[in-house]
Ligand binder design. Structure first.
Ligand code: F6P
Length: 339
């Protein structure tokens, strides 16, 4: 069988481990031929490819980014979300001209949706979930998340010492798109005093009261972890800027902001993410060997398994107020901005 692998959407630590997982399992265990499709779905249309073999898949396990390149392609997305007959034919022709037996799509929500649409066109497709945001429906965890949480936690740890020395309020904004997973996990692991998540929203009075209570209790500094996706009421400022300004104005306490940004996405994957990518990649190769297409490899509980792409497409996995980490934080007096 000839298999094409592509990576699409924002990068995440662990992609190369995953490419290696699919590629080496396919080549060494199932005797497949593997090609890498460059720069996301556009590489499929332009037949921009590289041959992958055991040697070229070596030495990439610990590398950040993606050896295949990635893109957020609006043109392809439009072709696939509202295709006319010409678009459909162009996509099918590209797949058939490359003589592919299956296309492996490593990516986030948008990519899995596109993967599902391609499988609806009759192409053999297998998806592998990838994002630091951890918001893909149908899997309990995505690779990239653990690394991002480690980096964000270290950043919060480092803010503690400078915050306490200067007796300042520190607001740190973390990635996650519409989901609060990175902020919840890093906020809890880093001992943040206030954790603000898009799923819960916020009440400024609750935040200000919490900071004042801490000051009165002899704790002159506070750490606030805020997710980039928190919707700000009546302001166009980014969350870190908005909360830092409001808090300083309303409490009179010196407040500073930090936006951690792309640091969370770059660099070497954690051991957990390397192994998760390796396992999901291996499972994708097995699905292809067994002819189980139109599915996404996933991890549910302790099991590496798979789910239909049709169930994943168009849905998000978000934090709920019932999450055990939210509930435990609440019991310990950590504020989530609404209580
Ligand atoms: O999806 C991963 C992510 O890093 C989000 O956390 C963030 O909102 C977004 O990508 C940034 O995207 P871009 O790379 O297009 O700036």
């Amino acid at each position: 069988m000839k298999i094409g692998i592509l990576t699409s959407g924002g990068d995440a630590p662990g992609i190369n481990a995953t490419i290696r997982g699919v590629g080496k399992t396919g080549i060494n265990h199932y005797g497949m031929e593997m090609i890498g499709i460059l720069n996301g779905f556009s590489g499929l249309l332009y037949k921009d490819i590289i041959q992958l073999n055991d040697a070229s898949l070596s030495g990439i396990l610990n590398l950040g980014g993606t050896i295949l390149g990635t893109a957020r392609e609006k043109v392809f997305r439009k072709m696939i979300t509202s295709p006319d007959e010409k678009d459909r034919q162009q996509i099918k022709n590209a797949y058939h001209e490359l003589e592919l037996d299956c296309l492996v799509c490593i990516g986030g929500n948008g990519t899995q949706r596109t993967a599902w649409m391609l499988s609806e066109l009759g192409l053999n497709v297998v998806g592998i979930p990838k994002t630091i945001d951890n918001d893909i429906y149908g899997t309990d965890i995505t690779f990239g998340f653990d690394t991002a949480v480690n980096i964000a936690t270290e950043a919060i740890d480092r803010l503690h010492s400078t915050a306490s020395s200067h007796k300042r309020i520190m607001v740190i904004e973390l990635m996650g798109h519409h989901a609060g997973w990175i902020t919840l996990y890093a906020g809890m692991a880093g001992g943040a005093d206030i954790i603000l998540l898009p799923e819960l929203g916020y009440n400024m009075k609750v935040i200000i009261d919490k900071i004042k209570q801490r000051t009165e209790a002899g704790k002159p500094y506070s750490i606030i972890a805020v997710a980039e996706g928190v919707e700000i009421q009546n302001s166009k400022e980014r969350p870190a800027t908005y909360f830092a300004r409001e808090i300083q104005e309303q409490t009179g306490l010196e407040t500073r902001e930090t936006v951690l940004g792309y640091i969370q996405r770059g660099g070497s994957p954690s051991p957990y993410d390397r192994n998760l990518g390796t396992l999901l990649g291996g499972h994708a190769a097995k699905l292809i060997h067994e002819g189980k297409f139109g599915r996404m490899a996933s991890k549910i509980g302790k099991e590496i398994t798979d789910v239909p792409l049709s169930e994943v497409a168009g849905k998000l996995r978000l934090v709920t107020p019932e999450d055990q980490l939210v509930q435990q934080g609440k019991r310990m007096g950590i504020s989530f901005g609404v209580w």
